[in-house]
Design a protein around this ligand. Structure first.
Ligand SMILES: Cc1ncc(COP(=O)(O)O)c(C=O)c1O
Length: 382
């Protein structure tokens, strides 16, 4: 099979840095033990790798304390933990109309149980205004939970402004950074993010099965599972102490070893270098898309205002048909459809067919970008 050009990094990044493959392999072959579960050297080695990774994540995202970093198995896992671990019947929470299902579905379930949810509306480009948020905040609002960038529209929200408004009304501000973590600078303290939820396997370039919930302080998130933590085994109840309160059962230590190597790779490469490469790739795709009369582009037109994805439709073709042509004729692996975010598609007016999304990554080559651009041009002119 001819090699595919991978353009689905918004779903999961691939390939990973070589150091990530090596770290996973080395950990599984040479350490292998269950972190924190036994006093032997191998378990201690596994444990210190885990603790080092907490510190790496805390430093990377400007969180003051590695004990406020809890590992999860993906971003959905972390978002469920936060939403269901904080909200009770009678509480009020605010989210937006450009959220991924992993925010909107847990909230909908809670809505049926008596949690009051308000959906603030983004503008046509997908941006949420601080004034619109202020207008729906109430004294009893407990949580504002928003995506940093919609995985369909790509618009990067003005987080400091939104967080400031939430705090003025005494609400916690939680951010779903699925599409920004690892290629856009996030400093929790400077930006006012009380709770940050990140996947490891997307922009952070780590393996599947990794993610984290990071908090500025203990905001009282309840665990949804209790069990073994390797500490305080004599206690009848699950420990309250963070991060163990939110982590029970064996962690994905091999994946976390990969995450450890991935963050070091990003630090060594430089987040700015990664972000600049992404902006150039996106700029190039945006330019080609804007030259084609049959293309309708969704989200901001300026690469500096968007995450690493472009989403569009071509007149006369369903997104799945366009995707098939890109796949078959141009070996471009993009993603058509609803992208698990029907809300964003309703906001963009592209529900139920969706759109076609290209999400390049740090390892996307100039040849791959050229193939995607040429594919777009030729299909649009055929
Ligand atoms: C904005 C957004 N939030 C949450 C998620 C869920 O992430 P995960 O696949 O790690 O569960 C995604 C995945 O695409 C996303 O784009």
């Amino acid at each position: 099979m001819q090699q595919m050009h991978y353009f689905d990094n918004a779903a999961t990044s691939w390939p990973k840095p070589e150091a990530v493959y090596q770290a996973v392999d080395k950990f599984m072959r040479e350490v292998g033990a269950n972190p924190g579960r036994s006093g032997h050297c191998l378990a201690k080695q596994a444990d210190s790798m885990i603790e080092e990774t907490r510190q790496l994540l805390a430093d990377f995202f400007g969180a003051p304390d590695p004990r406020q970093v809890a590992f999860t198995f993906n971003c959905t896992d972390g978002l469920n933990l936060v939403i269901k671990g904080l909200l009770d019947p009678g509480d009020h929470a605010i989210t937006s109309n450009v959220e991924h299902n992993s925010v909107s579905r847990p909230l909908r379930r809670l809505e049926r149980q008596g949690v009051d949810i308000t959906y603030v509306q983004a503008d046509a480009a997908g941006l949420i205004s601080a004034d619109d948020l202020a207008a729906v905040l109430r004294p009893e609002t407990k949580l504002v939970i928003l995506t940093h960038a919609s995985n369909v529209l790509g618009a990067i929200q003005d987080v400091p402004a939104l967080a400031r408004v939430a705090h003025r009304h005494g609400a916690l501000f939680a951010l779903d950074a699925a599409q920004t973590a690892g290629h856009y600078p996030i400093d929790m303290q400077a930006m006012g993010i009380d709770i940050l939820v990140v996947p490891g396997h997307k922009g952070l370039l780590a393996p599947y099965g990794t993610g984290a919930v990071i908090t500025l302080r203990d905001v009282g998130i309840r665990p949804w599972r209790d069990g073994g933590t390797g500490t305080k085994s004599d206690a009848r109840l699950h420990p309250e102490e963070l991060p163990y309160r939110l982590e029970s059962g064996t962690l994905n230590a091999a994946g976390i070893a990969g995450l450890n190597a991935a963050i070091k790779f990003i630090n060594e490469t430089g987040l700015n270098t990664i972000a600049a490469k992404q902006r150039l790739d996106i700029q190039q795709l945006l330019e080609v898309l804007q030259e084609e009369e049959r293309v309708t582009l969704y989200g901001p037109k300026d690469a500096s205002q968007r995450a690493g994805l472009v989403s569009f439709n071509v007149e006369g073709l369903r997104s799945a048909e366009f995707g098939q042509k890109m796949n078959d004729e141009w070996k471009v692996a993009g993603r058509p459809g609803l992208h698990c975010s029907p809300l964003s598609h309703r906001a963009a007016g592209t529900f139920p067919d969706g759109s076609y999304r290209l999400s390049p990554g740090y390892f996307t080559t100039a040849d791959a970008i050229e193939a995607a651009c040429e594919g777009i041009r030729r299909i649009c002119r055929s």
